[in-house]
Write a protein that binds this ligand. Structure first.
Ligand code: ZN
Ligand code: ZN
Ligand code: ZN
Length: 162
């Protein structure tokens, strides 16, 4: 038996632990910076964490409605932009969707690996490629504030089922 509890996403892991850790981290952050972690914001984060899949705003609205929350678009958009702004979630531009952040460090430039079959999204740090981007940008006199690299492909478990 292999112990894989420390890994995320494509790999088997203790998902209950990963969910509760992410919620706890968000709670701690909000307490520290005196931000409101409202029930709606928490719910949206929970929905994003649920399956490590990217969810579009409309899917989130549906799920909120099912959970008995207000499903008015501005309410959901505000909760999403709060989560993105504080690093609890990221926007996947390519999918026009959102994922929960699975890296505890709140200031990072992630790379996302998106499985085109099961739509699982896995986040990883992309230090070396960011350095390349920064260096290339600097040469052009451009100041990089944020990079979100997105890679599309087939995940480990989907390769096995082909
Ligand atoms: Zn998980
Ligand atoms: Zn992240
Ligand atoms: Zn897959």
């Amino acid at each position: 038996m292999e112990e894989k509890s420390a890994s995320f996403g494509f790999e088997q892991h203790d998902h209950n632990l990963c969910l509760s850790k992410a919620i706890q981290a968000a709670e701690d952050y909000c307490t520290k910076y005196k931000l409101q972690f409202t029930p709606l914001r928490r719910k949206v984060l929970e929905l994003l964490l649920q399956e490590h899949r990217a969810l579009g705003a409309y899917a989130i609205l549906d799920l909120l409605r099912d959970a008995g929350f207000s499903s008015q678009p501005p309410v959901a958009y505000r909760a999403l932009s709060f989560l993105v702004e504080h690093g609890f979630a990221h926007k996947i531009e390519r999918l026009n969707a959102f994922v929960a952040c699975t890296l505890s460090d709140t200031s990072h430039s992630p790379i996302f690996m998106i499985c085109r079959k099961c739509e699982t999204v896995v986040e990883a740090q992309s230090l070396s490629s960011n350095l390349n981007i920064s260096a290339a940008a600097k040469a052009k006199g451009f100041e990089v504030e944020q990079t979100n690299l997105e890679a599309k492909g087939v995940c480990h478990s989907c390769v096995e089922t082909v």
